[in-house]
Design a protein around this ligand. Structure first.
Ligand SMILES: Nc1nc2c(c(=O)[nH]1)N[C@H]1C(S)=C(S)[C@@H](COP(=O)(O)O)O[C@H]1N2
Ligand SMILES: [Mo]
Length: 399
């Protein structure tokens, strides 16, 4: 059995046995301590696991290892990105309505039990906010941007189980003329800071992607979806920015002409001097990123061997290689990949380092994927701070 097979087994075991809070180190004695709750998020947000940002909760990378979480992020510690607040929906009375002129006939409604009777598909995939890494535009590129100041914890990988959107559209009677599909969330209307009510969170998806690999998921990590992650049903859109992964889906509009919403016109496009006035194309695929499972500013003992861990991912293709620099980017050495790279998820890696001298160091990790996408020194500046893919400087102190 090679290292990848070993890892795959661990991964399968983890999916099978998930549930409950991680035990062991990483938590203060007495269990999970709750931080100040984030308005609108239902689950507890212990400060060991999350950094709160307004209505959102960022996953902490530095405590991922201590609790032996493995390949998938347990649902309890998965990041949450809410435009408004988590609705708690009764799965027994919930209905999905599929409607629009992209269908041959009238609207079709599905209950949860009906969806569960359709062919089942499951796979692992990363959901990542388009703004993940946004704070580094300011700290590394001197380009301050509004919006949630994510470090790198606006991402999580879970196993998802559900029915293909293609199957549901087929049952609903899709016309060949259909071009766009718009899932609409059941969370409260989104009102901007200047008081405009933009209605329910919703974003059109081109029919090509909708019929390709998109899932209407009702399970995450082997359990029914939890309220914060879209119960009873959310979209899973492999490789695409998180906003495409609409949670709490109530309606799906299928149209024979292009659809628009503020989430594909006003937001989630690249804006700024380098882009057209109406913005670049609606954001679709995610970029390449890498993260250390280590605190920023961590103290490491001089002369000892440290096994550094991290993960790299790309929305476009499987990870091809990961390199680490311990001297601020002058020298690079390959990291050891711990997973067989797989499209749509992350690849874990490790790197052994024995620092010879005390003092401050800057660690860097950079990955490339099979399509030749890599991590540049600078990301394209854009007004909203989307798609930060540059190499992140990770300061540590050797003592
Ligand atoms: N209905 C609805 N769906 C939504 C959102 C939302 O606010 N409302 N946020 C989106 C964004 S921006 C992201 S990044 C992901 C986050 O998924 P998670 O909270 O399960 O991690 O959900 C997406 N789906
Ligand atoms: Mo997002």
């Amino acid at each position: 059995m090679n290292e990848f097979e070993y890892d795959r087994e661990q991964r399968a075991a983890q999916t099978a046995s998930r549930g409950g809070l991680p035990t062991g180190s990483g938590l203060p004695s007495g269990g999970v301590e709750s931080s100040a709750p984030v308005a609108g998020i239902v689950k507890p947000l212990p400060p060991e696991w999350f950094v709160p940002h307004e209505t959102n909760a960022e996953m902490r990378w530095d405590t991922l290892r201590e609790s032996c979480t493995g390949f998938h992020v347990p649902t309890e510690r998965f990041f949450v990105r809410n435009h408004t607040s988590t609705p708690v929906i009764d799965p027994d009375t919930w209905r999905l309505t599929v409607t629009g002129d992209g269908l041959r006939g009238p609207a079709v409604r599905f209950g949860l039990a009906e969806l569960r009777r359709l062919p089942v598909t499951s796979f692992s995939s990363a959901v990542e906010c388009a703004g993940n890494g946004r704070s580094f535009f300011a700290t590394q590129q001197g380009h301050g941007v509004p919006g949630t100041p994510w470090a790198l914890g606006g991402i999580g990988v879970a196993s998802w189980r559900g029915v293909r959107l293609a199957e549901v559209l087929r049952v609903a009677g899709l016309r060949p003329e259909a071009v766009d599909v718009m899932p609409v969330g059941l969370d409260p209307d989104y009102v901007t800071s200047d008081g405009r009510n933009l209605g329910h969170v919703r974003r059109p998806l081109p029919i090509g992607k909708a019929l390709d690999d998109v899932l209407l998921a009702y399970e995450m990590n082997g359990e029914p979806l939890t309220p914060d992650h879209g119960a009873p049903v959310r979209l899973v859109v492999p490789g695409w920015v998180g906003i495409a992964w609409i949670k709490w889906v109530g309606t799906i509009e299928v149209a024979a002409e292009p659809l628009h919403s503020p989430w594909n016109t006003e937001f989630y496009r690249m804006f700024g001097p380098d882009y057209p006035r109406e913005g670049g194309a609606p954001l679709a695929g995610q970029v390449v990123k890498s993260a250390f499972e280590l605190a920023r500013g961590a103290e490491l003992a001089v002369g000892e061997c440290h096994r550094l861990h991290g993960r790299s991912w790309s929305g476009a293709a499987t990870i091809r290689q990961v390199e680490v620099s311990t001297d601020g980017g002058r020298g690079w050495q390959p990291a050891r990949l711990l997973d067989r790279p797989d499209a749509g998820t992350w690849t874990r890696w490790s790197f052994d380092w024995r620092p010879a001298y005390p003092g401050p160091y800057t660690l860097l990790a950079r990955a490339g994927d099979q399509e030749g996408n890599t991590q540049p020194r600078r990301s394209p500046n854009n007004r909203e701070g989307y798609l930060f893919d540059a190499v992140v400087l990770h300061p540590v102190i050797v003592v």
